[in-house]
Design a protein around this ligand. Structure first.
Ligand code: F6R
Length: 239
C-alpha cells in the first residue's frame, strides 16, 4: 500500500488527476473506474482542466461507474448518470458508447447486473479504479455484511448511507433504498486502485479500513489485500 497525505484538498485533487493523466498518456485506451459522491468532485474538475488545456484526451478510453440508484431514471438530477454528465462527461471527449453506468431504471435490475458484468468482462480489467469510502467502510455500495458479493448486484442501502446521502436530496424519504453496485470482486480485480478520503469525519473509518483487521464488516478493509493500492488522504482524514 502506498499512502500519500496532502495539506489541502486541491493538492490531493491535482495528484490524483495527475495519476489518471499519466495513465492516459501512456495508455490512451485505458479502462477507468469512476466513483461519484463529494470526494471525486475536485479530481474531476482537475481532469476537465487538463483536458481543456489539451494535456489529456479520453477519446480512446472506456469508463465504468461503480454504481447507480435503483429507480432513478438517468435524467433525474440526483442520478449518478446526471452527476457524471454535469461534472465530467459534458466537458471531456470520452465517446458516449464508452461510458458505462448501471441503469437504475432497468425494468429487471437483476438482468441489468448481469449485463453490466458482461460489459466489464468484455472490457478486460479496469486499469485504474477510483474509490471514495463511506463512513461505515462501504466501497461502491458494498455495505458492511457477514459476507460480500463479488459481482454486480442490487444492494440495500444502510440507514447510515441513506442519511449521509440525504444531503443531495430534497428529503430523506426521497433517498432510494436500493442501488446497483459493482461487487468487491470486480473492484479488487482492477490493476490499480486509488482510494481517496477527505475530511476529519473520515479519519476513523480510514484507520479501521487500512490499519484494522480485514473483515467484511468494513468492506474497504479488503483493499489491504490489493497489490497496487494507492491511498490519497488529506491531513485531517489521515488523523
Ligand atoms: C460513489 C460510491 C460511494 C462513495 C462513498 C463516499 O459512487 O460508490 O462508495 O464513494 O459513499 O461518498 P462521499 O465521497 O460523498 O463521502
Amino acid at each position: 500500500m502506498n499512502k500519500l497525505v496532502f495539506k489541502t484538498e486541491k493538492a490531493l485533487d491535482e495528484a490524483a488527476a495527475g495519476i489518471i493523466a499519466a495513465l492516459l498518456q501512456t495508455k490512451p485506451d485505458a479502462v477507468l473506474g469512476f466513483a461519484t459522491g463529494s470526494t471525486p468532485l475536485g479530481i474531476y474538475g482537475e481532469l476537465v482542466r487538463l483536458h481543456a488545456e489539451g494535456k489529456i484526451s479520453f477519446r480512446e478510453a472506456t469508463a465504468f461507474n461503480l454504481d447507480e440508484y435503483v429507480g432513478l431514471p438517468r435524467h433525474h438530477p440526483q442520478s449518478f448518470h446526471a452527476y457524471m454528465q454535469k461534472h465530467l462527461y459534458d466537458h471531456i471527449d470520452i465517446l458516449p458508447q464508452n461510458r458505462h453506468i448501471p441503469d437504475g431504471s432497468a425494468p429487471d435490475p437483476e438482468a441489468e447486473c448481469l449485463r453490466y458484468d458482461e460489459l466489464l468482462r468484455q472490457a478486460g480489467r479496469i486499469d485504474l479504479q477510483l474509490l471514495g469510502i463511506g463512513h461505515n467502510g462501504h466501497i461502491g455500495f458494498n455495505e458492511p455484511a457477514p459476507g460480500l458479493i463479488g459481482g454486480t448486484h442490487v444492494a440495500e442501502l444502510s440507514e447510515q448511507t441513506r442519511q449521509a446521502n440525504a444531503r443531495f436530496f430534497p428529503s430523506f424519504e426521497e433517498v432510494p433504498k436500493f442501488a446497483i453496485t459493482m461487487g468487491v470482486g470486480s473492484i479488487l480485480q482492477a490493476r490499480r486502485i486509488l482510494l481517496v478520503a477527505k475530511g476529519a469525519d473520515k479519519a476513523g473509518i480510514v484507520r479501521r479500513a487500512l490499519c484494522g483487521p480485514i473483515t467484511t464488516q468494513v468492506p474497504a478493509s479488503l483493499l489491504q489485500t490489493h497489490p497496487r493500492l494507492t491511498v490519497l488522504l488529506t491531513e485531517d482524514a489521515a488523523g
